[in-house]
Design a protein around this ligand. Structure first.
Ligand code: ATP
Length: 503
């Protein structure tokens, strides 16, 4: 059954090729050669994506009394981004290779000195990945051999390019060409996409595609407080597209230039026990990821050290996931103090203070912010669900999606397609099921082949209409994970599916 342990940790190539082959994800504008950092979700991808978003909204907005939702425009007043600090500071350090014209994020480009017998014989460089140390030591060894050096080769100490000393810029080889001398010093690159509002193309018309959804919650704080019956502590949630002109979009949909975020600002009193609330949200979010089928052993927490926090931040913990390319941030849960409301209150000149009736006091609430990307969850679900096993001597690829996440919930099959009574009964059941869930009808080929097709796209249940159905109305229900079959009548079938799909 679902939850059975998968042992396979698929490679990125496996995931990417499955996504394309089965219609989960396509490269954007593929027939024109693609558009780097943008992706299109195909017929199955769009369903999985919707299931992730529906589950988040259901669990975080509908199932809580203290959270309401909003949906803001993607383009907001440019002053929003001035006040939030994005215009001044939303940048990544960038480095150019003058020879190859390739561009890198300086904090993802790593370098190290190659030291043989205590002497520096040069440098190596590589891009951040899950296997950096081994790769670095191999490169160092190859440099040593190339230069014919003798003596003990030290283990390479890797540092991000942002920590390179000015005299080292010309000594570090470019990862593109392997030669030194062509890398520029790192410089800041603002990640916001610019556009213009209206017909004029001057400074006054400049606007930005939002780089995060969070600011929508802050600038609407007053509106929500005035129009709904929320009382601190309460949250405002939003999901929607965000845009970042990432210097090096990579790792498939993990880091793209257009992606979808699901964020929540949980407003608390300034004297509240924020550490406890922060810890509660971390626990609740971690449990949520497990509940939708992310493998527990691939999930982790990364507590940001105090000296690495933004000046306004009190604490930040990332929920991490072990992707095929390494352990990376899946969701960030930050305790942001009252920085954003303070900034917007100052910049707009409008009071954003909250009047606490119980405390008979006015204040700017502080926030705890769980912020996650739909696309990163999507990839984590695929990596968690991918498995290969053997059935009746035949290799099978199976996606062990949690039934709540599965793009197709049930496959409906007449045992044979040339028996009109079986086909009619199957079509009727298919139509009935379709009113409740996304289901697929498949009458083509041997029944085993049809099961396999559904297994590969992660359909948790298969229903076969056979000769016994004609006699007593029961159908065969096959479980994707165990391949076990049971017989159920129609009422039992609906009840069974309901319990499994909508827990
Ligand atoms: P990173 O350090 O990986 O760039 P971040 O800390 O800048 O991420 P946040 O600003 O905290 O990310 O955004 C919240 C969430 O949005 C992230 O945890 C991630 O799931 C998602 N996200 C951010 N940038 C991207 C991107 N370029 N592509 C896909 N998802 C993203």
């Amino acid at each position: 059954m679902n939850g059975s342990k998968s042992v396979i940790e698929p490679s990125m190539e496996t995931i990417v090729s499955l996504c394309k082959r089965r219609g989960f994800i396509f490269q954007s504008s593929e027939i024109y050669g693609g558009c780097n950092g943008f992706f299109d979700y195909g017929p199955l991808g769009v369903e999985l994506r919707k299931n992730i978003k529906d589950a988040w909204w259901h669990d975080i907005v509908h199932c809580r009394e203290d959270v309401v939702g909003i949906d803001c425009s993607i383009i907001m007043h440019p002053k929003v981004w001035q006040a939030s600090g994005h215009i001044g500071g939303f940048s990544d350090p960038m480095v150019d290779c003058k020879e190859s014209k390739l561009r890198y994020r300086a904090d993802q480009l790593f370098f190290g000195e190659v030291i043989v017998a205590g002497e520096n014989i040069g440098y190596i460089s590589l891009l951040e990945n899950g296997n950096m140390q081994t790769e670095a030591d191999e490169k160092a060894d190859s440099l040593k051999r190339k230069l014919g050096k003798q003596g003990l080769l030290e283990k390479v100490v890797l540092k991000p390019y942002t920590e390179a000393k000015p005299h080292e810029y010309i000594l570090i080889p470019s990862p593109g060409t392997g030669k030194a001398g062509s890398l520029t010093p790192p410089r800041d690159f603002n990640l916001m996409f610019q556009t213009y509002i209206g017909a004029l193309r001057d400074e006054s018309a400049i606007a930005y595609l939002r780089p995060e959804t969070a600011q929508g919650m802050f600038v609407n704080f007053r509106n929500v407080v005035d129009t709904s019956r929320v009382k601190v502590p309460f949250g405002i949630a939003q999901m929607g597209r965000s845009f970042r002109n990432e210097i090096t979009p990579r790792n498939f949909v993990f880091r793209s230039r257009e992606f979808e975020q699901m964020e929540m600002e949980y407003f608390i009193a300034p004297d509240a026990d924020w550490e406890k609330l922060h810890a509660d949200w971390i626990e609740s979010r971690l449990n949520w990821h497990k509940s939708i089928g992310l493998r527990e052993e691939l999930l982790g927490l990364d507590v940001h050290p105090k000296n690495k926090l933004a000046h306004y931040s009190r604490a930040c913990t990332d929920i991490t996931f072990k992707y095929p390319f390494g352990v990376q941030e899946l969701e960030g849960i930050a305790a942001r103090g009252c920085f954003d409301l303070t900034q917007h209150q100052e910049a707009s000149g409008k009071s954003l203070e909250y009047f606490d009736e119980e405390k008979k006091a006015k204040y700017l609430p502080h926030v705890i912010e769980p912020a996650v990307g739909v696309d990163r969850i999507f990839l984590a679900i695929l990596c968690s669900a991918y498995d290969e096993d053997e059935i009746e001597g035949e290799k099978r690829t199976v996606l062990r999606f949690h039934p709540r996440m599965a793009p197709i919930k049930v496959g409906v099959f007449p045992l044979v397609k040339n028996k009109p009574e079986l086909v009619e009964k199957s079509r009727n059941l298919y139509k009935k099921l379709q009113r409740r869930w996304p289901v697929a009808y498949d009458a083509a080929g041997a029944i085993g082949r049809r099961y396999r097709r559904m297994d590969e796209v992660g359909t948790p249940f298969g229903v076969t209409i056979d000769y016994e159905t004609l006699e007593n109305g029961t159908v065969t229900l096959r479980d994707r994970d165990t391949t076990k079959q049971i017989r159920l009548n129609e009422t039992e079938l609906f009840q069974f599916l309901d319990e499994k799909i909508n827990p």
